[in-house]
Design a protein around this ligand. Structure first.
Ligand code: SAH
Length: 410
């Protein structure tokens, strides 16, 4: 069956099977956690198709929640409702999407010239679905098989609510797709695709976004407000933007923050081409862009005795899982340690982590370790997260992945 085939419950949204939990395993789900792992499942009564609606119950049959089944994924059931009267039918998905879009409207993020995340998976009670709006276009990322089955309903809702020119489907990270048994190719699902980059406004700046080639769904929307806030510290400083991607921090520091100069570095040539273009688009002549490996470049800058008034570190996910946590923390330690050495007295460090398995505490502990090794104090000025169009469910803190710490090094 293709991944986006119609829903296997005839569209009624009623359960086709019961999934019983092992004894003493129900607590997180009474607490509305949406992921039911295979290890918590005692048995399945019935033979649900992948993507079908199932009820989750305690071992002795008490209703816990209603969700969607996937025999391939370690997340056997994703829960979407906690009331047995709720049908997971087309109207249900439409209402969920409507609520999510309504939040962005309330946040003032519905300006057609801008960009915003309209649906943030668990944070919007739509586990497995991400929708980003870039101007008049939507990029949809599906990370759960059951959402793929409901893509039509979701696109109908999005068309009715935001009338985009086109909706593009972007594949999830390769590893993730495999875990879910998902085989979605990037494609246009509704309307037309943009013929070139899309230009969006962000806090008074303009950025070109390549929707079909770019990383993630094309841009790092989660850092929108952090770029703006970080820029306030850049005035008159020499700034290093390490892991710059399309130059978001670099351009904000150069233009909004009126930095003295900015050096932006990324190992991807495509990224640095975007960064160069975005710097030019905003008339930021004092931004230099380099394609280089961050670890090597940081060491080389340190060896050359270079000094900066501000260093931004926004590396890719270092930890893919709890298992790689120690390696990830060592990598964070290493780049932050070198960055500290590059900072002149009173310098500003903007250091980020987008690894969900590195907790805020882990990250701050890592910084404490860096201060100890460098024998320099680190003053935490702001501990920030993702922008508010990336809400996190209090019942699923796994969704809280982004840390952005702004610190001063006396
Ligand atoms: N700060 C950016 C987002 C950075 S995403 C923004 O605000 O938009 C992380 C970036 O790190 C990616 O662009 C990726 O190409 C880059 N990257 C990954 N490994 C790298 C390495 N070893 N050296 C330099 N850049 C790297």
């Amino acid at each position: 069956m293709p991944d986006t085939a119609p829903v296997p419950d005839a569209g009624e949204g009623l359960p086709t099977a019961n999934v019983l939990l092992k004894p003493r395993r129900a607590r997180p789900f009474f607490g509305r956690h949406p992921w039911v792992l295979d290890s918590a499942v005692l048995k399945v009564e019935g033979e649900p198709a992948d993507g079908a609606v199932v009820d989750l119950a305690t071992h002795d049959g008490q209703f816990v929640g209603r969700g969607l089944w996937n025999s391939t994924s370690r997340i056997r059931v994703r829960l979407y409702a906690f009331d047995p009267a709720t049908r997971l039918d087309a109207g249900f998905w439409r209402r969920r999407v409507e609520t999510a879009v309504g939040l962005r409207r309330a946040l003032g993020l519905d300006d057609r010239a801008g960009a915003a995340r309209l649906v943030n998976s668990e944070g919007d009670d739509l586990s497995g679905l991400i929708v980003d709006r870039y101007g008049d276009y939507l990029a949809v990322q599906v990370t759960a098989l059951a959402m793929a089955h409901r893509l039509d309903v979701i696109c109908d809702a999005l068309e009715a609510l935001v009338a985009p020119r086109g909706i593009l489907l972007r594949g999830a990270e390769r590893g993730l797709s495999k875990l879910e048994g998902l085989h979605l190719a990037d494609r246009l699902v509704r309307g037309s695709a943009p013929s070139g980059p899309i230009f969006v406004h962000e806090h008074g700046l303009r950025f070109g976004i390549d929707l079909t080639e770019g990383q993630k769904t094309g841009y790092y929307l989660d850092q929108r407000d952090n770029r703006h806030v970080a820029a306030r510290y850049a005035h008159g400083r020499r700034v290093l933007d390490m892991f710059c991607y399309s130059g978001g921090f670099a351009v904000a520091c150069a233009v909004t923050g009126r930095a003295a100069s900015v050096l932006a570095v990324d190992s991807s040539g495509k990224a640095t081409a975007l960064a160069r273009a975005n710097a030019d688009l905003n008339g930021a002549a004092n931004v230099a862009v380099e394609t280089a490996d961050a670890f090597e470049r940081l060491d080389a800058l340190a060896a050359a005795g270079e000094r900066f008034g501000m260093v931004v570190l926004d590396p890719p996910k270092f930890a893919r899982s709890r298992a790689s946590l120690d390696d990830a923390l060592r990598a964070y330690h290493r780049i932050n340690r070198v960055a500290l050495g590059l900072l002149e007295p009173g310098g500003i460090l903007v250091t980020c982590s987008c690894s969900g398995s590195v907790s805020r505490d882990d990250f701050l502990q890592m910084l404490a370790g860096v201060a100890q090794r460098a024998r320099r104090p680190i003053q935490l000025l702001e501990c920030r997260g993702a922008a508010p169009d990336h809400p996190v469910s209090a019942s699923c803190l796994e969704g809280e992945y982004l840390k952005c710490v702004i610190a001063r090094v006396p």
